[in-house]
Design a binder for this molecule. Structure first.
Ligand SMILES: Nc1ncnc2c1ncn2[C@@H]1O[C@H](COP(=O)(O)OP(=O)(O)O)[C@@H](O)[C@H]1O
Ligand SMILES: [Mg+2]
Length: 294
């Protein structure tokens, strides 16, 4: 098995289980003829952008004037000490903070050229396009199969027998198929934590998001599951744009191309991951990445 493929998360599946995972094509020069056929050709290079995004909860400033553009198909890591605003920033991108008491924003978040707060925005559709995976796996209280297709059903992307096809395809994509194929009707809560997280990832992928937000997706997982999830994340780009909050600096370096460093609600520095870790331009970033604050 090539080194860049995930290893077996559950000790049960055969080598073919990952065959459906997207293959990395980063850095491949497109042929001009193919380029003209590229359906993304006329879409903005940045799938999602924040423009002077400022956020308060009540009188408390949480984020101040954050400008950032996320390149289509990239993996971006968000790092910074606890309380620096990483989760709040991430949750703002699909409007999960709107209902927090005292929530107030200035500036904008623009998805494919359109404000996420534009009148008429359908929240369900926004969250289909900008999906989320949390720190603790949160399967729904329904069967394993129904978990995978819950969003697909709600959005009427598929129905009837197609749902079985979608469930199998997505479970294969995350390498869980062989472990669960004989118990698709069972509750997900007896699966291991790592398997539950993969199930949630399958569910998030099933609705075909453009962007996937991940808030410390491996911090409740054991090292083997963590390694497996990281390998999967590397394979999901460039088909998807990933934004990953992590406390694990080594993980940020392994999975991301771009890193953002947050401190006290400010985006102190962002740039290519290797450069940010090896030659940070701000002393605060340097103190954090060398383990002196955090
Ligand atoms: N629902 C909320 N209501 C009020 N304050 C909040 C809420 N969520 C987060 N905060 C505050 O926002 C700040 C940033 O928190 P958070 O985004 O969770 O940071 P991080 O993810 O970097 O640890 C903290 O001061 C936190 O107390
Ligand atoms: Mg957080």
């Amino acid at each position: 098995m090539p080194a860049d493929r995930p290893t077996d998360p559950v000790g049960k599946h055969a080598a073919g289980a990952n065959a459906a995972a997207p293959q990395g094509v980063q850095g491949v020069q497109l042929d001009p003829v193919l380029d003209a056929l590229d359906p993304d050709r006329d879409r903005p290079a940045h799938v999602i952008e924040t423009r002077r995004l400022t956020l308060h909860f009540g009188s408390k400033p949480i984020l101040s004037s954050i400008d950032m553009a996320f390149e289509r198909g990239s993996v971006t890591a968000l790092i910074g000490p606890t309380g620096s605003g990483k989760s709040t920033f991430l949750r703002t991108l699909n409007r999960m903070n709107d209902k927090v008491r005292g929530f107030r924003t200035d500036g904008d978040v623009v998805l494919e050229g359109r404000s996420i707060w534009a009148p008429g925005t359908d929240l369900l559709e926004l969250r289909r396009r900008v999906g989320m995976l949390f720190q603790r796996p949160n399967p729904f209280p329904m069967s394993i199969r129904d978990n995978v297709v819950a969003g697909v059903r709600a959005h009427r992307i598929a129905r009837g027998k197609q749902l079985d096809v979608v469930a199998e395809q997505r479970l294969r994509e995350v390498g869980l198929w062989d472990a669960v194929k004989d118990r698709l009707g069972d509750s997900p809560f007896r699966l291991s934590g790592g398997q539950q997280q993969l199930l949630c990832l399958a569910r998030a992928l099933a609705v075909g998001p453009d962007v996937l937000l991940l808030d410390e997706p491996t911090s409740s997982l054991d090292p083997i599951s963590t390694e497996y999830v990281e390998a999967l994340l590397r394979q999901l780009a460039p088909a998807l744009t990933l934004i990953v909050v992590t406390h694990n600096l080594a993980q940020a370096r392994r999975v991301s191309r771009t890193t953002m460093f947050f401190y006290d609600g400010r985006l102190v520095e962002h740039g290519p991951t290797d450069a940010l870790f090896e030659h940070p331009s701000d002393p605060q970033t340097e103190r954090y990445v060398t383990g002196r604050i955090g």
